[in-house]
Design a protein. Structure first.
Length: 159
């Protein structure tokens, strides 16, 4: 069985978390309505509660989703914790979303265009054509693996 993971970092998102989880549940149902079996692909949603002092955890308790807690007060570290957790749970593909991203964008007057026509293809090249691109991130992982002589396979063989 393939597993898809969705990480939602949340810090005091009591007002928004229910809408986010409902939207994800609708997306799951739409996905499965296309004839894909729940036995073939399992979708796991994980909320990472970061230093929550409001009722976010209580709102989540009525949903059948995973939660873990941390006290980073840093969305990047919180997101990474969730990603690592889902990797350990065997997820093959992981995406992230925020509980409040769209609401905050709307509140400050940004124009939002909704479309399912956009497609993103990400290169796995390690030699970048621009400074600080995604390849630099991948090369950093590669360098870390080589420097620490980890037993994991490198991203590509270095010539």
């Amino acid at each position: 069985m393939k597993k898809i993971g969705v990480v939602i970092p949340a810090c005091n998102e009591e007002a928004e978390i229910a809408s986010c989880l409902q939207a994800l549940e609708q997306a799951k149902q739409h996905f499965y309505s296309k004839g894909i079996s729940t036995k073939a692909i399992d979708i796991q949603i994980l909320v990472v509660l970061d230093s929550c002092t409001d009722g976010t955890a209580e709102k989540i308790s009525s949903y059948n989703i995973l939660t873990i807690s941390c006290s980073y007060r840093c969305v990047g570290k919180t997101r990474d914790l969730g990603i690592q957790y889902l990797i350990e749970k065997g997820c093959d593909w992981i995406c992230c979303t925020d509980a409040d991203l769209v609401k905050r964008a709307e509140q400050i007057g940004l124009h939002i265009t909704w479309s399912n026509q956009l497609r993103v293809i990400t290169s796995s090249r390690l030699i970048s054509r621009v400074c600080d691109g995604f390849s630099q991130f991948l090369w950093g992982i590669e360098r870390h693996n080589l420097d620490n002589k980890l037993t994991t396979k490198p991203l590509r063989k270095i010539i």
